[in-house]
Design a protein around this ligand. Structure first.
Ligand SMILES: Cc1cc2nc3c(=O)[nH]c(=O)nc-3n(C[C@H](O)[C@H](O)[C@H](O)COP(=O)(O)O)c2cc1C
Length: 156
């Protein structure tokens, strides 16, 4: 059996709704049919460069707060950017955003940073915007499954 790949989920989930989104991502990523991927979840304040360096792909999740990503995710980048810069170029990543009404500032902010890191977006960012809907969970589950299945199949 080949060595298991690691999928890291770094997601800020400060509310019941956002915890449901993170749980949905993990549910998809941990689909029992995906055998050779180990999924690790870390809240951004508990995640650091060592987690990224050990990962084969990353899913980032954040709320939009005051027109930007959460301070927690920004803190993760502040601590991880330079230790990762030389070693994680090309890292496949995906992003989901929970925003009350917008999300564009958050997308731009994250994309600016990951462009600097030269990470590789393998999915359009998933924006869960507006009134909270059950459909968000299905899309988050799909996102988690897509990332894990892609790693499992060696597509990324
Ligand atoms: C201090 C604060 C600032 C926020 N700023 C924005 C914002 O700039 N744009 C936006 O779309 N939503 C904003 N929101 C809404 C949050 O993104 C949303 O409440 C959060 O993602 C949690 O989702 P939930 O309310 O469904 O639990 C803000 C919320 C708070 C508490």
């Amino acid at each position: 059996m080949s060595e298991r790949k690691q999928l890291l989920v770094v997601a800020h989930a400060p509310s019941p709704n956002t915890r449901r989104l993170a749980a949905a991502v993990l549910r998809g990523a941990r689909d029992p049919e995906i055998e050779n991927v180990r999924v690790r979840f870390r809240p951004p304040l508990e995640a650091g460069p060592e987690d990224v360096l050990a990962a084969d792909a990353v899913i980032l999740g954040t709320t939009e707060n005051l027109g930007y990503m959460s301070g927690a995710l920004k803190d993760f980048f502040d601590r991880s950017y330079y230790p990762c810069l030389e070693q994680t170029q090309g890292l496949p990543y995906a992003l989901y955003i929970r925003a009350g009404h917008d999300g564009t500032g958050t997308r731009r902010g994250v994309e600016t940073i990951v462009t600097g890191l030269r990470w590789n977006a393998v999915q359009e960012p998933l924006l869960c915007r507006g009134g909270f809907g059950e459909g968000f969970m299905a899309r988050c589950t799909e996102l988690g499954m897509y990332m894990a299945a892609g790693l499992d199949a060696g597509i990324f």
